[in-house]
Design a protein around this ligand. Structure first.
Ligand SMILES: *Cc1c(COP(=O)(O)O)cnc(C)c1O
Ligand SMILES: [Zn+2]
Length: 426
């Protein structure tokens, strides 16, 4: 059933067999999975996709497995929700949210990339998997390794959010906190992968990991009625997702699955405290100048992004742009999304919403643009970031509530006073 023909170096074109390998042995550039698109085109149709279950495996011909998936079977096919109230607040009339904050099993878009990588680890008959993670990947790898019955070794920067650490350890993974930032953790994992027989999903399994992100693009197109949107705003860490959404849309066009041509502008979003890709885009370059991250958006805190060069390229090529926002703007973005759409996203989603606001102000996004925001993670994982005041505490007495209600805005404030005065007049 496989339509995969091998691995290919993105720079020198060297071809490799399908094996755990992170980069080109000749030039150290990243490797990409190659597909037989003609055969896929014969095998895949809108009807065939639409008849399948609601997971990323509905696009299985486009995913690099040789056999049926056994883990991550309910990952993907997250809701695409129209966002009228957020749109009104931002000045966008055609706004949608791709809501990966409810992805399965661990509430972030990393469930997709992990589903592909862990199935691949099983095919390669590896006995252990691992990752270098800014949090969400740790959760996803630990959970899916547990499903697969594989040992998991997860390396994280020491300062990660408590909930992300707990939601990794709980699955029985061996979690190691490293005194250093993500880039140092990642370098260590590369060394470990050379020495130990561990499939690190974003190191020696990285070519397969990256492929899972294309399904965000496939789903957006399918859920829009087989159309590519005008614009997508994507949070960036290593810079893979933004490139893969675009690749997914272009592949659908190539396979004749779209109603329209892909003219989608890709917009990248980062926190000001870790903005190496934004900085490159804004000086019209693809060359990344690494930074030392300092931001509440820890899931995006990669100072030396592995796919930064390609992310900057896709953003420029597509006619998009990249912007960054402060930590306070990130918190405001989280609150705005929650209070308008009832979706509680983590810091990365706050980055996306806040950057969208900026892009509208800059008139890079026009009110009529069919715009999709990639909401990639869940707010319950980064509770400490939002810094809301605790609620007022009262005795269980109506009079105490009534006293308090005078300070409420909204129905409780209005009703209690109007009924009370009506009762007083009667
Ligand atoms: C990892 C991550 C991203 C960015 O992914 P890259 O492909 O590394 O750019 C975005 N949002 C969340 C919540 C993430 O965990
Ligand atoms: Zn090469």
């Amino acid at each position: 059933m496989s339509f995969v023909t091998g691995l290919k170096c993105r720079e020198c074109g060297q071809i490799y067999p399908l094996q755990p390998q992170g980069g080109c042995a000749e030039c150290f550039a990243p490797l990409e999975v190659m597909y037989d698109y003609e055969a896929i085109g014969r095998a895949l149709s809108r009807e065939r996709i639409a008849a399948r279950g609601p997971s990323l495996w509905r696009y299985r011909e486009l995913l690099p497995l040789e056999s049926e998936p056994t883990v991550g079977r309910s990952s993907g096919f997250t809701p695409l929700v129209p966002a009228e109230r957020l749109g009104a607040a931002l000045g966008l009339k055609n706004l949608y949210l791709k809501n990966d904050s409810v992805n399965a099993p661990t509430l972030s878009f990393k469930d997709r990339v992990t589903a592909v990588a862990i199935n691949k680890a099983l095919e390669f008959q590896l006995e252990a998997v691992g990752c270098a993670s800014t949090g969400n990947l740790a959760n996803a790898v630990a959970a899916q390794a547990a499903t697969a019955g594989l040992a998991a070794y997860i390396l994280i920067p020491e300062d990660l959010e408590w909930s992300k650490i707990t939601a990794t350890s709980i699955f029985g993974a061996q979690v190691v906190a490293v005194r250093g930032n993500y880039d140092e953790v990642n370098r260590l994992c590369t060394q470990i992968a050379d020495r130990f027989p561990i499939g690190f999903v974003n190191v020696n399994l990285r070519p397969f990991y990256g492929e899972g992100s294309r399904t965000v693009g496939y789903e957006i197109a399918e859920q829009l009625g087989w159309r590519a949107p005008d614009a997508v705003v994507v949070p960036m860490a290593g810079g893979s997702l933004v490139t893969k959404i675009y690749k997914g849309l272009c592949e659908f066009q190539r396979l004749g699955l779209l109603e329209n041509e892909v003219h989608t502008r890709m917009y990248g979003a980062q926190a000001r405290g870790c903005n190496p890709i934004v900085e490159a885009v804004q000086r019209n370059s693809r060359d990344i100048r690494p930074v030392k991250p300092h931001t509440i958006a820890k899931s995006l805190a990669i100072g030396n992004p592995a796919d930064g060069y390609y992310a900057a390229g896709v953003i420029a090529e597509s006619g998009g742009w990249a912007e960054d926002v402060s930590d306070d703007e990130i918190r405001a973005g989280i609150r705005l999304l929650a209070s308008t759409e009832g979706i509680f996203t983590e810091t990365a989603g706050g980055v996306t919403v806040a950057v969208t606001k900026k892009l509208v102000e800059q008139q890079r996004l026009q009110p009529q643009d069919l715009t999709v925001l990639a909401i990639t993670g869940n707010g319950l994982k980064t509770l400490e970031a939002v810094e809301l005041p605790p609620p007022p505490v009262i005795e269980p007495s109506l009079s105490e509530f009534e006293r308090l209600a005078k300070s409420f805005s909204g129905p409780a404030g209005i009703h209690s006073t109007s009924r009370a005065s009506a009762a007083a007049q009667a």
